[in-house]
Design a binder for this molecule. Sequence first.
Ligand code: HEC
Length: 118
Amino acid sequence: MLPLLFLLGACSVASSPQDAATPAVEGARLFKAKGCTTCHTFGEGVKVGPDLQGLFSRRDEAWIRRYIADPVTMVEQDPIARELKAQYKIQMPKMMISPAEMDQLLAYLREAGSPTKP
Ligand code: HEC
């Protein structure tokens, strides 16, 4: 009986629900909660805005951060953003994203939009 109890104890330790969500998992939650899914897909084509599949192969990270933080100002100042706006005809709204949320969103965008995704 003793060895069995020991095993049970070991199992409950191993499966303790302590693992915190990774930044990408938190980012996936935010991507829905902030309404990004209303306008964007990954690999399912254009919705209201661009398909975000392969995002990191066409833009660099600094650009993506600046763009998501304030797409309205970017359209005024950045030639790529201006071109996107001309193409999609609708302005992506400025979303309220904290710096911590931005890191999580970026982790998710990188993972979900990776071209090597199966
Ligand atoms: C109301 C629709 C809408 C919502 C909501 C929205 N977007 Fe957009 N997004 C667009 C449109 C439209 C564009 C293309 C540029 C433009 O026309 O403003 C765009 C462009 C982008 C781009 C640049 C894509 C590229 O190919 O360079 C990124 C990155 C992006 N959005 C991320 C997000 C994220 C992250 C969220 C949620 C926090 C979000 N968007 C919410 C409509 C939206």
